[in-house]
Design a protein around this ligand. Structure first.
Ligand SMILES: Nc1ncnc2c1ncn2[C@@H]1O[C@H](COP(=O)(O)OP(=O)(O)OP(=O)(O)O)[C@@H](O)[C@H]1O
Ligand SMILES: [Mg+2]
Length: 261
């Protein structure tokens, strides 16, 4: 875990989130080191996506504080756009990429490189997109070029493009909420490789997945959330996959509740 506030990608402090009377997050304190991969694990409805949405400016918490690289976020002024400015990027399974677009254009949606008079610098954008494809994502000689339509790419390749974008724009923190749902085994491996690149690139990542094997493989630390509350934070070096699996099963079966009675 990070040692001082400068080495945190983010810190959530005592965050509560209510949807009407429903308490989705209760006193959540959660941090991610500046070069840490955190696996956020919990059952359906535990509050994982709610955490992601607060971090990416979709909605504010009911109460609590958020610090991004040590800077306190003012929720009255926080937004999806602002989260980008703070270096936070999210990669969704489907919505992150425009289908009916060529790759190079897709890389620069909303962030076009322009020439004087406002024309898009096509040459420059293609060059950069090509560079990202080859060096960041590692697409090599597969018949896919920067002029290929996004709709031709496999699910894993799309994830790669989205992650490549996040890396090119130097996101400090990349949030992956179920990035491997509906991907083939081979594509899942590609996504996992991209996460290794995030780590190698000195950046941070929150990886949310129901597949405990994937999470175990790539995360430095596991944070377990149960019905809106963080119940454990365990470093990978302190737990085997088997023990993590048993630990989660105990929660799933409510054994912890019984033990506490
Ligand atoms: N916009 C909303 N309005 C009302 N309730 C919501 C809203 N978003 C989430 N919730 C509720 O908050 C709780 C947490 O939901 P959340 O989507 O964060 O869970 P999750 O851990 O991402 O689950 P999953 O693994 O199924 O994606 C759930 O009880 C859910 O019904
Ligand atoms: Mg979710």
């Amino acid at each position: 875990m990070a040692e001082d506030s400068n080495s945190y990608a983010l810190q959530m402090v005592n965050i509560d989130k209510y949807f009407g009377a429903v308490c989705a997050l209760k006193n959540v304190s959660f941090d991610v080191g500046s070069n840490e991969i955190v696996g956020l694990i919990g059952d359906n409805g535990a509050g994982k996506s709610t955490i992601v949405k607060i971090l990416t400016g979709v909605f504010p918490p009911t109460s609590g504080e958020l610090y991004i690289t040590g800077r306190k976020v003012d929720f009255r002024k926080y937004s999806v756009q602002k989260a980008h400015e703070y270096g936070i990027e999210t990669v969704y399974q489907d919505k992150s990429l425009g289908e009916k677009q060529v790759l190079w254009r897709n890389f620069f949606i909303g962030r076009e490189i322009t020439l004087p008079f406002g024309f898009i610098n096509v040459k420059k954008e293609k060059e950069i997109a090509n560079e990202i494809m080859i060096n960041t994502i590692g697409f090599r000689g597969k018949g896919i070029t920067v002029d290929s339509m996004v709709s031709l790419l496999s699910g894993g390749e799309r994830q790669g493009v989205a992650i490549g974008r996040a890396m090119h724009f130097e996101a400090d923190l990349i949030l992956l909420d179920e990035p491997t749902v509906a991907l083939s085994l081979k594509e899942v491996h590609k996504v996992l490789n991209f996460v290794y690149k995030i780590k190698d690139g000195g950046k941070a990542c929150i990886y949310i997945s129901h597949n405990i094997h994937d999470v175990y493989e790539i995360a430095d630390r596991f944070v377990i959330i149960d019905r809106g509350e963080i119940v454990a934070s365990i470093l990978k070096k302190d737990i085997s996959l088997k023990d993590l699996d048993s630990f989660l099963l105990e929660y799933a079966h409510g054994m912890k509740d019984k033990a506490e009675e």
